[in-house]
Design a protein around this ligand. Structure first.
Ligand code: KIV
Length: 274
C-alpha cells in the first residue's frame, strides 16, 4: 500500500530528485480509484466548473461548490495528498477574506492544503494564509481564472520578458512560503529554468518533461471529457468510448430480454406466484 505524502515530503522529493504525479478528482468514487493507484496527489480543482458542471469557464465556481466536492474526495482517498482549490472570488478581495476562505475549505472539507492562482501580486496572500497555518500551493503560467486578462487559453512565458516574469512569480511564491507551484502551459525550456531555480517542487501541466511532477485533469487523460482536448493531454484510456459502448450493450440486452438473466434476479419461490 502506498504511504500518504505530507507537505514536508514535497521538499524531500525535490531534494532527492524523485518525480511524482498529480491528477484531479471531484467525487468519492473517482477519488477512491486514484487512491488505489500509485498517484501521490489529487487536486479537487475548480476545473470542476468545466468538467463536472458544464460551465464555459472556472470563474462561476463558488467556495460552497469547492467544499461540496472536496469533502467526498478526502473521504475516498485516505492515502493520497489532497489539494483543495480556492475558486475565483474567494481570495482576491482582501488578505483577511482569503484566510477566511482557506479556513473554510480546511475546516469544512479537510484537504491537506489549498491552491490559489497568481504570482508576485498574490505573494502577500500566500504568506498570510501560510502564517495562519494552512499550507499553500501556488499556480502560475496559464491561470484559468483570469484567462480574460491573458487573452484566452494561451501558452505563457513565450517571450524573454514573459519568461522573466514567470521566474519572478515563482520565486515570490517560494519566498512567501508556498510549498510547491503549479506551472501551466509554459514552454519546456522556461519550465526547466523555473524548476532549476526553485527549491520547492514545480508541478507541470503542459509544461514539458523537466518539471518535478506531471499534472493532468483525470477526465482528460482517461478520455472521458469530450468537449475539447488541449495539446498537452495524452489520453491513457478511452473511457468515454467504453462507457458509451457499455450503455449501448445494456440498452440492447434490456430490450431483447437477455438482461437480467437469473444470475441478476431474485429467484425465490413465492406461494401463489409463478
Ligand atoms: O483546476 C484545475 O484542474 C487546475 C489544474 C489545471 C492544475 O488548476
Amino acid at each position: 500500500m502506498k504511504k500518504k505524502m505530507t507537505v514536508l515530503d514535497f521538499k524531500k522529493f525535490k531534494e532527492e530528485g524523485r518525480k511524482f504525479t498529480y491528477v484531479t478528482a471531484y467525487d468519492y468514487t473517482t477519488a477512491s480509484i486514484v487512491n488505489d493507484s500509485e498517484t501521490e496527489v489529487i487536486l479537487v480543482g475548480d476545473s470542476l466548473g468545466m468538467v463536472m458542471l458544464g460551465y464555459g469557464s472556472t470563474t462561476g465556481v463558488t467556495l460552497d461548490d469547492m467544499i461540496h466536492h472536496t469533502r467526498p474526495v478526502v473521504k475516498g482517498a485516505p492515502d493520497t495528498f489532497v489539494v483543495g482549490d480556492m475558486p475565483f472570488g474567494s481570495y482576491n478581495v482582501s488578505v483577511e477574506d482569503a484566510i477566511r476562505s482557506a479556513n473554510r475549505i480546511i475546516k469544512e472539507a479537510g484537504p491537506d492544503c489549498v491552491k490559489l492562482e497568481g504570482g508576485v501580486e498574490f505573494a502577500d496572500t500566500v504568506a498570510a494564509i501560510t502564517r495562519a497555518g494552512v499550507p499553500v500551493m501556488g499556480h502560475i503560467g496559464l491561470t484559468p481564472q483570469t484567462t480574460s486578462q491573458l487573452g484566452g487559453f494561451k501558452v505563457q512565458g513565450g517571450t524573454p520578458a514573459g519568461a522573466a516574469k514567470l521566474i519572478a512569480d515563482a520565486k515570490a511564491l517560494e519566498e512567501a512560503g508556498a510549498f510547491s507551484v503549479v506551472l501551466e502551459c509554459v514552454p519546456s525550456v522556461v519550465a526547466k529554468a523555473i524548476t532549476q531555480a526553485l527549491t520547492i517542487p514545480v508541478l507541470g501541466i503542459g509544461a514539458g518533461p523537466y518539471v518535478d511532477c506531471q499534472v493532468l485533469v483525470l477526465q482528460d487523460m482517461l478520455g472521458m471529457f469530450g468537449d475539447f482536448k488541449p495539446k498537452f493531454v495524452k489520453r491513457y484510456a478511452q473511457l468515454r468510448r467504453d462507457m458509451v459502448e457499455a450503455l449501448n450493450t445494456f440498452h440492447r440486452e434490456s430490450l431483447d430480454g437477455s438482461f437480467p438473466s437469473p444470475e441478476y434476479s431474485f429467484n425465490a419461490k413465492v406461494e401463489g406466484y409463478s
